[in-house]
Write a protein that binds this ligand. Structure first.
Ligand SMILES: NC(=O)c1ccc[n+]([C@@H]2O[C@H](COP(=O)([O-])OP(=O)(O)OC[C@H]3O[C@@H](n4cnc5c(N)ncnc54)[C@H](OP(=O)(O)O)[C@@H]3O)[C@@H](O)[C@H]2O)c1
Length: 259
């Protein structure tokens, strides 16, 4: 059997992962490095990024941490520039950074939480796409981009998530539009929409991991939530040449929640 450790789909490629200091982003960064990519990891806090770099280097890979806020255009441009400066190109980008604010009905959501989610989840992906595409379209080999949306966007519905869901629906739609605009430039763009994943973001307020597992057993067709490495596997597929003819899609990884 071929395992991820034996695959080399990203050898000599440079990958950028936003929000790579934790959760899904860290798992994606580790998986890309395992398959040979030089990985640039970004997020606002330096310390978790350094931990991700250490994990990659311990496993024999190459990585660079650059602290940046994806909601700021200059930050995003400087991360792309740092990737090209250090490794010579930008071949893969995974726009994963995102936040959830909510839980209560929409009328009770503080306005600030709306702006925070819009700024990071939507404007952050927009700015990252622009900076990444502008680099990738100058390269003879183009590039591949994967945006992380959510089943709470266009696929499903859940009380208390209206504002977050609106931002994630925007990511799915932005993905499709950007994919159409830039496939002619050799830049292939897709999205992954996870359901509940094994990170603190999928815990209800005050919920323990054991209680979440019970809830998943009772409510999800698969009977469990997804592991971060399972979402990473979907991201790597879309970012790889295995998906060379997959353009503008939105791959749901949700334990059957929206099946
Ligand atoms: N977990 C789930 O069940 C689930 C389900 C569907 C979709 N998702 C999506 O998957 C993505 C990753 O979520 P996760 O569960 O792995 O959560 P997480 O562990 O909180 O990861 C989010 C990462 O984004 C970074 N980030 C937040 N704001 C940023 C900004 N302005 N600029 C740069 N980086 C920023 C955070 O680092 P800093 O705070 O240091 O910046 C953090 O490392 C998110 O887009 C989320 O919406 C998650």
């Amino acid at each position: 059997m071929t395992t991820a450790a034996h695959r080399t789909r990203f050898t000599d490629r440079t990958a950028l992962v936003t929000g790579a200091g934790s959760g899904i982003g860290r798992a994606v960064a580790l998986a890309l490095a395992t398959e040979g990519a030089n990985v640039v990891v970004t997020g606002r806090r330096r310390e978790p990024l350094d931990e991700t770099v250490a994990l990659i280097e311990e496993a024999g890979g190459k990585a660079l941490a650059v602290a940046a806020d994806v909601s700021r255009a200059a930050d995003v441009r400087s991360v792309v520039a740092a990737a090209v400066d250090r490794f010579g190109s930008l071949d893969v980008a995974v726009n994963n950074a995102g936040v959830f604010r909510g839980g209560d009905p929409l009328a009770d959501l503080p306005e600030e939480d709306w702006h925070t989610q819009l700024g990071i989840n939507v404007t952050g992906v927009f700015l990252a796409l622009q900076a990444e595409i502008r680099q990738m379209r100058t390269q003879p080999t183009g590039g591949a981009i994967v945006n992380i949306a959510s089943v709470f966007g266009v696929h499903g519905r859940h009380p208390g998530t209206a504002a977050y869901a609106a931002t994630k629906a925007a990511v799915s739609v932005l993905t499709r539009g950007a994919a159409l605009d830039h496939i002619g430039d050799g830049v292939r763009i897709n999205a992954v929409s996870p359901g509940a994943v094994d990170t603190p973001m999928s815990l209800l307020p005050g919920e323990t991991e054991a209680a979440r597992a019970e809830r998943a057993k009772a409510t999800l067709p698969l009977g469990r939530i997804s592991g971060t490495e399972e979402v990473a596997a979907a991201v790597l597929y879309l970012a790889s040449d295995d998906a060379a003819s997959v353009v503008g899609t939105d791959l749901v990884v949700d334990s059957g929640a929206t099946a």
